[in-house]
Design a protein around this ligand. Sequence first.
Ligand code: ATP
Length: 250
Amino acid sequence: MSKSAVLAQAAEQQVVLQLDMLNKIFNAGTPLQNHVLHDISLQVSRGELVALVGTSGSGKSTLLNVMGLLDVSSSGELRIQGHRVQGMTEQQRTQLRSESIGFVFQFHHLISAFSVLDNVLMPLMLRYGKPSKEQIAYAEYLLNEVGLAQFMRQSTNRLSGGQQQRVAIARALVTKPALVLADEPTGNLDTQTADEVFRLFERFNVEHQCAIVIVTHDPRLSARCPRTIRLTDGRIVYDGPSADLPSLFV
Ligand SMILES: Nc1ncnc2c1ncn2[C@@H]1O[C@H](COP(=O)(O)OP(=O)(O)OP(=O)(O)O)[C@@H](O)[C@H]1O
């Protein structure tokens, strides 16, 4: 194989997420039809930290849901770690989602009847039933990393909003996903707590080399992501270095 072919293959292996000409139409063919995403094409590679921004209703959550296999596109191609999603059965999509993707939402959906540790272990329990000793040790390591080691055995409802969001981050990482998708993860936090939570994303992005896509309305946080993708009316109007984002968009 030529040197350029080897380099091209290596670059391809780094691509975690690939979208080609993706469209999403809600209620297609009915009077309520709503064409929300238009011809979205993009790639996200290992280790990238990407902000997904745009005004309310521009399609950010819809795009994140399609990327995360929580919703299906109406047309176009989606690949996660090289696996073509179109044509997969629901079961195959669920397996790919649980193997490759971690989610963090604004409202973290923790289960207050469970301990902090069991909440973090939840994705592994859903996948394997009983987690292994190594998996439990890794969950404990993550809780230590997010500064919650002392709360491990407690219920989540004793924790502050910022602490609960840190549990949600540990839960998203426990399966060692190649891709983390976060929908306004700091949306209901005060500025200082939002900064602390965001710092964890930055750290895990570097240490674990997972690709992270974060939807945020906070220009201070999107500016800290090396790359920004901006949507307007369901179309990508900017995809490049956050530092070069035209000021009229900020
Ligand atoms: N299940 C659905 N059925 C019909 N339309 C939907 C559905 N979900 C979202 N939409 C529409 O898609 C458009 C984009 O919504 P979306 O939530 O993706 O925007 P957003 O950029 O994430 O907004 P926000 O910043 O307010 O969360 C909106 O017009 C919304 O009404």
